[in-house]
Design a binder for this molecule. Structure first.
Ligand SMILES: Nc1ncnc2c1ncn2[C@@H]1O[C@H](COP(=O)(O)OP(=O)(O)OP(=O)(O)O)[C@@H](O)[C@H]1O
Ligand SMILES: [Mg+2]
Length: 271
């Protein structure tokens, strides 16, 4: 197997409090391979977003990364990067779609201008070249180029979310992190967007770290899945194995907790 795009070793993150520290991430290690779609699941508060932020070095105090933690992105240790290298890391190496991403577009700027801002800042691209690249990127997420002149409020939530994803892909990042990217959208639109990302990463070769509470969706789109419980990664395996033959009690409980229309827990239902 080729070298992993992301390699996390012994990642330990505490939130420093006035009286005590909260151990949010405890000695977590996992890899994501080139082109791999990796799902990270677990109950609310188990540390998923804390890991996502640490990968792009977007964590802020009181989060403290403990000595011995290591995150390698394409072989580079992200904790040793200076400001210039960090600027390169974000967008080019790793791009992150947040839960509220569809509201992260600037309401007073056209879609075209928002692509241009990213492309100009990071590549010095001209306005004409940026327009062509933006049209190409929009096409990837099934949005017609004539929408470039639109403002965010003129687009549906699902379209805004796809625009954000297209902007995230603008600099061909090696890793796309999606932290509950579609929870504000209806189920059908959610699935359409995820299916699109699934295809795109096959075409473009980027890897994905996908965080969601929708476990059925996660199993469908992920190659491998990691299950977290109270800051620990308790099980990592192929998506189908996690789904069909879960090893850890907590993983079994997660499946059992999903209500199905058939009345059977999901583990007994063929996807
Ligand atoms: N700024 C902070 N200060 C103190 N504790 C924090 C801070 N941010 C997060 N935490 C705690 O760290 C733990 C992990 O939080 P995190 O946001 O990573 O969880 P999560 O798995 O992403 O949850 P969710 O599924 O609800 O998004 C939580 O218990 C949370 O309360
Ligand atoms: Mg979170």
């Amino acid at each position: 197997m080729s070298a992993p795009v992301l390699s996390i070793r012994n990642l330990t993150i505490d939130y420093i409090g006035a009286t005590s520290d909260f151990h949010a991430v405890k000695n977590v290690s996992f890899d994501i391979g080139k082109g791999e779609f990796f799902g990270l699941a677990g109950e609310s508060g188990c540390g998923k977003s804390t890991i996502a932020f640490a990968i792009s070095r977007l964590h802020r105090p009181p989060a403290l990364i403990r000595t011995g933690s290591q995150i390698l992105l394409d072989g580079r240790d992200v904790f040793t990067l200076d400001d210039a290298a960090l600027k390169q890391l974000r967008w080019r190496e790793v791009a992150m779609v947040f839960q509220s991403a569809m509201n992260s577009l600037n309401p007073v700027l056209s879609i075209e201008r928002q692509f241009y801002d990213v492309l100009k800042t990071h590549t010095g691209m001209s306005r004409v070249a940026a327009r062509a690249r933006a049209a190409e990127l929009l096409k990837l997420v099934d949005i017609p180029a004539d929408r470039l002149t639109a403002y965010p409020h003129q687009l549906s939530g699902g379209m805004r979310q796809r625009v954000v994803i297209a902007i995230c892909l603008a600099l061909n990042p090696k890793l796309l992190i999606m932290d509950e990217p579609t929870t504000a959208l209806d189920v059908v639109v959610q699935r359409e967007i995820l299916e699109r990302i699934h295809k795109l990463r096959q075409e473009l070769g980027f890897s994905v770290l996908f965080i969601t509470h929708d476990l059925a969706l996660m199993v469908q789109v992920s190659d491998r899945i990691g299950i977290m419980l109270e800051g620990e990664l308790v099980e990592v395996n192929d998506a189908q194995a996690i789904y069909r033959t879960p090893q850890h009690d907590y993983t079994k409980k997660l499946w059992a907790s999903i209500p199905r229309l058939t009345g059977k827990p999901i583990a007994e239902v063929t996807p």
